[in-house]
Design a protein around this ligand. Structure first.
Ligand SMILES: C[S@@+](CC[C@H](N)C(=O)[O-])C[C@H]1O[C@@H](n2cnc3c(N)ncnc32)[C@H](O)[C@@H]1O
Length: 230
């Protein structure tokens, strides 16, 4: 195994000629059947759009820029919208061991599995709520450094913008995974993606990437919220 790139708790590894991304928890225990190699949890790009984005950025030579744009430190706070059973949230939990991942999920079935994960990881706060009603979870949250969204809803950009407006710190990053087919199954996916990006009010888009071959008709958008001037 060789470490090819490494920043802010995210590593790119060469595993016998295969490029993989990984995180390194204090106690390396698999969460969703992923491989553990020399203490690293191998982050599956087919199961996690964030892992797909990271691998694609490594191939494009923009890994350091992307990870720097996320501006994460071990004590960062993350608002995760659409946490499902915690596949990707568990890797964010590795990246912020002294911070918190607020994991919002509205499916009671997924939340049941997420709660099992939370008993083993005390930096994930499970919130059974609808991400399109951000005012409902205000009492549980403090301002966050990163909003990560993967909710596959018709109004994905609007949900992201409303959560970022309410909870993202000035200068903080938004990562939005856009699933074109959730917005409009009949339209050209690229046109849907462009229209969604235009709906992202209150943040400046700094990069975007098509997630093929790992996820078809999905785009990742990274944006930054302006620092408020007094
Ligand atoms: C594609 S899955 C997320 C996978 C997960 N992000 C991962 O990588 O581990 C989308 C999840 O978003 C949840 N979801 C969809 N709309 C939501 C909403 N409005 N509020 C909260 N969760 C939502 C779904 O129940 C589903 O679990």
């Amino acid at each position: 195994m060789q470490i090819l790139e490494d920043l802010s708790g995210i590593s790119v590894l060469d595993l016998s000629g295969e490029t993989r991304v990984a995180t390194r928890p204090e106690v390396p225990v698999p969460v969703y059947g992923e491989r553990i190699v020399e203490g690293f949890r191998i982050w599956d790009p087919y199961r996690s759009k964030m892992a797909a984005l990271l691998i694609k950025s490594h191939i494009a030579g923009t890994f350091y820029k992307l990870v720097s744009d996320l501006n994460l430190s071990p004590a960062s706070k993350i608002l995760y919208l659409g946490a499902a059973t915690g596949t990707t949230a568990s890797h964010f939990s590795d990246i912020v061991p002294a911070g918190l991942v607020y994991a919002v999920e509205f499916s009671a079935r997924s939340m049941r599995d997420l709660l099992v994960l939370c008993t083993a990881r005390d930096n994930i706060i499970p919130i059974l709520e609808d991400a399109s009603c951000p005012e409902r979870y205000g009492p549980f949250l403090e301002p966050v450094d990163l909003v990560y969204q993967d909710v596959a809803q018709r109004n994905q950009a609007e949900i992201a913008a409303r959560n970022a407006a309410r909870y993202l710190k000035g200068g903080g990053a938004l990562v939005l995974m856009i699933k074109a087919r959730s917005v409009d199954v009949t339209a050209d996916p690229k046109a849907v993606y462009k229209a969604e990006v235009e709906r992202l009010a209150g943040v400046e888009v700094i990069s975007s990437a098509d997630l093929r071959p790992y996820h078809r008709d999905h785009w990742a958008v990274v944006a930054r919220k302006e620092v408020e001037r007094r």
